[in-house]
Design a protein around this ligand. Sequence first.
Ligand code: M6R
Length: 608
Amino acid sequence: MCGIVGYIGPKQAQEILLEGLSKLEYRGYDSAGLAVYNGETIGVQKSKGRLSELEARLKSRSLPGNLGIGHTRWATHGKPSDENSHPHVDQEQRFAVVHNGIIENYLELKEELQAKGRVFTSETDTEVIAHLLADLWDGDLVSTVQKVVARLEGAYALGIISEHEPDKMVAVRLASPLIVGVGEGENFIASDIPAILKHTRDIYVVEDGEMAVITREGVQLMKTDGTPVQRDTLHVDWDVVTAEKGGYDHFMLKEIYEQPKAIRDTMAGRIKDGQVDLSREIGMSEDQINNIERIHIVACGTAYHAGLVGKYVIEDLVRIPVETDIASEYRYRNPIITPNTLVVVISQSGETADTLAALREAKKAGARVLAITNVVGSSVAREADDVIITWAGPEIAVASTKAYTSQLIAIYLLGAYFARIRGTRAESELADIVTALQQLPEKADQVLGNTTAIQQFAQEIARHEDLFFLGRGLDYAVALEGSLKLKEITYIHSEAYAAGELKHGTLALIEEGVPVISLATQEAIYDKMVSNIIEVKARGAHVLGLALEGDQELHKSVDQVFTIPKTLPLLTPVLAVIPLQLIAYYACVARGYDVDKPRNLAKSVTVE
Ligand code: M6R
C-alpha cells in the first residue's frame, strides 16, 4: 500500500523522509521517491524497487533542503517503474505531489490538460494533480489546491509542496488515511503513524474533506472549502509494532477491517452513470465478448474459492458455461480449450507458480487470458491479455481476507459488464446490481461493527478438534472459504460440505457436541437448508446458523444465529464470509497460535 511522509522544519528533510519511509516498508511497495525544496528549486529523486535503491541514487545526488515529501508506491495505474514512482511534478517542476488512493476521473483530466499542451511523463493517475496545480495556479497555494481538489473524483491523501510558497506544505484527505505530526519548530505529514513516531507522538487526524496547511510554526486545519476546523491533537502511546498494525493486534484483523475500503476501491472508476465499464481493463471488442463460448476460471486456495463464486455469478448473469478449476489440476489435465474459450486466472500475488503455469498452458492452447490480481506488474498481470486489478492494497497476513472479497467484487463487475454487452440481463436488473454493489462497503461495516456473538462462538469452538461448515449454492462456496480460513490458522480439522451431500456419507461423522456452522443466506434454497440443519441438530451437533437480517425461523432449529445485512442473493458471499473470517481469527487467538504466520505456509507460493 502506498505510504506518504512529509517534513517541514530546521533539519535536513532527506534523512527524515527516508527514515519515515523505512517505517512504512512493512506495508509493501514497489518503488519510492522524494521531492525536496533546496532554497531555489524542487529536487526529485525516485526509483523502482527497494528503498535501498533510492538511497543509492541519493548517495550520488542528494537532495538538500528543509521541506520535502516522500512516498512508497504500490502500483495501481501503470507498472512499477522510475517514471511512475511518486512524487510527480508539473512540467516546470514548480509543484510536487505525493498521493495515496485512486483518481477516478484522471483520464478525462489528462486529456483536458494534454489538449492545453501539458506533457505527461508517467502512466499514473497522480500526475494529473501536479499538472492541474500548475494549470489552476492563482498566486495562492491554498486556494489553488482547493480548486484542484474540486476537480478530483475518487479517493486521495495528498502531500503537496510548491516552489512558489516554500514556507508551507499542504495535505488533503478524502477516503484515504492522513495524519499531521506536531513537533517543536517542525511538523510532519504521514499516511501512517509509524512514519513519524520517532519525532512526535502528538498528531492531528485529518478527516475526509479536510486539508491541513503546515508551516514550521503551526498547523491550520480547514475543510476543502476553506471553513476552519478546530480539533485537539491526539497523543499516541502505541509502540512501533502496534502502530504498524494500525492499533490492531494482528495484520489479519486489520485486513479484515479494511474490507469495506478494499471493496469500495475495487469498484472505483469502474462504474459510470450507473453502469459497469471495464473497457479500460478488457481490450476485447463487443464481438469478441459476444463470441465467448465457455469460461475456465483457474486459481489456487482462497482465489480458487473466489472462482467458485465466479462460476455461479457468471453462469447466472451471462449464461456462459463456466468451469472453475484448481490451477495445479488444470495445468496437467489437458483441458478442452477452444479458440472462443476465455480463461480467467485469479491470484492475489500474481506469482503463484501453478496459476502462472496454468495461464501459460491456456495461452499455448490459444485461449485469451484475463487475470484478476492484486499486484500490478506481477507475472500473471504481465502475461495475461487483460487484467482487472483488485485494489485491496498489500495483504500481509498469510490468511487471505480482503483479497478474497475484492476478487469477488472484480467477478461481479466482470459478470455485469459481460451481461450488459451480451444482453443477457435487463438494464434495470443490472442497475439494481450496481446499486447493491455500491451499498456493500456500508453493509460490510455493519457486519464488522457487531462481533460479540462471533467472538463468543469462536471461544467455544477453539476447544474442539473437528468442525463442519454446511451450505448450498453460493453458501457452499463461502463455506469452503470459511473452512480453509479455520484450518489454516487454528489447525482445527474442518470440512465444508454441500448440505445436500450430507446423507451420502458425512452425516455419519456428526455426533453429540460437534460444532457445525450452517449458512442459510440463499432465499431460494432456504427451506432445503433448514431441513439439513435439522438433520445435524437431531444428531446432537452444536449449530451456529448464519442468516439474513430479519430471519425469524432459523433460531428454532439452531443453537445460535448470527445475521448479516440483506443484499441481492448473488452478492451475499461478500458479507457472509466476514463472520467466518472472524471466527477463524478469534479461535486462533484463543488457541494462542501465530495468526499472521501460520505453520508450514507462505504468503506467496512461487514453487510447485
Ligand atoms: O497469491 P494467490 O492468490 O495466487 O495465492 C493463492 C493461495 O496460495 C492463497 O489464496 C492461499 O490459499 C491463502 N493463504 C489462503 O488464505
